[in-house]
Design a protein around this ligand. Structure first.
Ligand SMILES: C[S@@+](CC[C@H](N)C(=O)[O-])C[C@H]1O[C@@H](n2cnc3c(N)ncnc32)[C@H](O)[C@@H]1O
Length: 425
């Protein structure tokens, strides 16, 4: 996982769950396992369940497994908390696939209890020490997380799969997480990401978002930026393990590692993204450069041409070494080349590895926009990327959009290169 995990000191100690169970509680059987994800069958019952979200769950299981294998204290129980569990599919997969010693599945709706319990009850085998391997509760997520923190019960992985914005749960999730642990944060707040609710994004994420041509990357950066800010306020910092945009929903997900101590990261990777509507160029500015925001393009952009969004995360969206390990694990488990809902993990993870190139700035350029500005027919995306690389620039596809190019090449040079490709044909 992110290299910091090897060096952090874990001063939040592991706990053995002292949970009370009502004797004689039995799950309703037989289980109607009508669905399956990567070989784990379960019953979604009446819970909110999206099969489209399976790749997001695959990524979480891969990252959690690697985190379990790499953690500093392998003898302590590996504990996962799924605070908005729906049918319990995530908790089930953390148990069955990520090798969790214990999962806590919680959903505010107690109507879901029979289905969650039925799904998890296959793991009811009491281990030799008599500890249960799962518990189901029906509390508000904030209350559950706060109670765990007050009882000093810290988890290795906390999954917050909320409707809308997850921002209100981030701080409580970090408080209940072991240092070095992983928080899997999900937001479906696309209105904020697209700049339709600047005031809303300001109150949720502390970021004023306005429309720019790459709103879904902004959605991820807003999410990670909000987490970075919350971590910094608690005296920690975060490292994104991976971030993932899925168009159904749309959904923004980020797996972040909570790391010990404040670092410079919050100032290095927390700032403003500026897009010039006039020339199409994107730039980033730190807090210390706020008075200097300008484009300086040949189109003589004035202040009204420049859209400033932020503050948000301007650093890498993924940790390349973690993603490489996740890909290796996916290959080992036979998950890499088989599709879950049309997503091939190998292709997705390969693109994420390329996106992790530290030379790549935030944002992307749609290749049809380059063609429009160059006044030529769109060159093939692959050809444009190869030409940019031949010219010495970093360039790759983005997992966020099929027609998106991430590059550190200025847009004026992209336009020239697109014209040259067309002239050669
Ligand atoms: C997006 S669904 C979860 C889906 C599930 N994690 C999955 O992967 O299929 C969100 C769930 O959060 C629950 N929920 C909403 N607000 C909550 C809150 N404040 N505390 C706990 N659960 C909540 C809802 O009942 C719903 O089941």
């Amino acid at each position: 996982m992110a290299s910091a995990s090897a060096t952090v000191s874990i001063h939040r100690t592991a706990f053995s769950p002292p949970f009370q169970f009502q004797p004689g509680w039995r799950a309703p059987l037989p289980l109607r396992c009508t669905h399956s994800e990567r070989g784990v069958s379960f019953d979604p019952g009446s819970a909110f369940y999206r099969s489209d979200s399976a790749p997001g769950r695959d990524l979480a299981v891969l990252a959690a497994t690697l985190h379990r294998q790499r953690r500093l204290d392998p003898s302590s129980p590996f504990l996962c908390l799924d605070v908005m569990c729906g049918s319990g599919i995530r908790a089930l997969r953390y148990l069955a696939q990520a090798g969790a010693d214990f999962v806590w599945a919680n959903d505010a709706s107690d109507a879901l209890r029979p289905v969650v319990v039925a799904n998890l009850s296959r793991f009811e085998l009491p281990p030799s020490d008599g500890q249960r391997r799962w518990v189901v509760s029906h509390l508000d997520a904030s209350r559950l997380l706060a109670e765990r923190y007050l009882r000093r019960e810290y988890f290795d992985v906390i999954d917050v799969d909320s409707f809308g914005s997850e921002a209100e749960y981030i701080r409580a999730a970090f408080l209940a997480l072991k240092i070095g642990g992983l928080a899997y944060l999900t937001s479906t707040d696309w209105r904020s990401a697209r700049g339709y609710g600047g005031k809303c994004s300001l109150s949720s994420y502390g970021a004023y978002i306005r429309p720019v041509p790459y709103p879904n990357e902004i959605g991820l950066r807003m999410l990670i930026g909000g987490a970075a800010r919350e971590a910094a306020m608690l005296g920690f910092h975060i490292k994104p393990v991976f971030s993932y945009y899925a168009s159904h929903g749309p959904i923004y997900r980020a797996m972040v590692q909570l790391c010990h101590g404040k670092e410079d990261d919050i100032s290095n990777y927390y700032g403003f993204i500026c897009h010039c509507k006039s020339c199409g160029q994107t730039q980033t500015f730190g807090f210390d450069e706020l008075g200097q925001i300008s484009c300086g393009c040949a189109d003589r952009a004035d202040a009204t041409s420049i859209t400033v969004v932020g503050p948000l995360w301007t650093g890498p969206l993924h940790d390349a070494s973690s993603i490489t390990e996740m890909l290796n694990l996916a290959v080992e488990w036979g998950w890499a080349y088989t599709s879950e809902n049309g997503i091939i993990l190998q292709k997705l993870l390969d693109t994420m590895i390329e996106e992790s190139d530290p030379r790549l700035p935030p944002g992307y350029i749609r290749h049809d926009e380059i063609a429009r500005r160059a006044k030529v027919n769109s060159p093939p995306l692959g050809t444009l990327i190869s030409s940019l690389r031949k010219e010495g620039y970093a360039a790759c596809r983005s997992h966020i959009g099929a027609n998106a190019i991430k590059t550190n090449c200025p847009i004026s040079s992209c336009i020239e290169i697109a014209r040259e490709i067309r002239n050669m044909r």
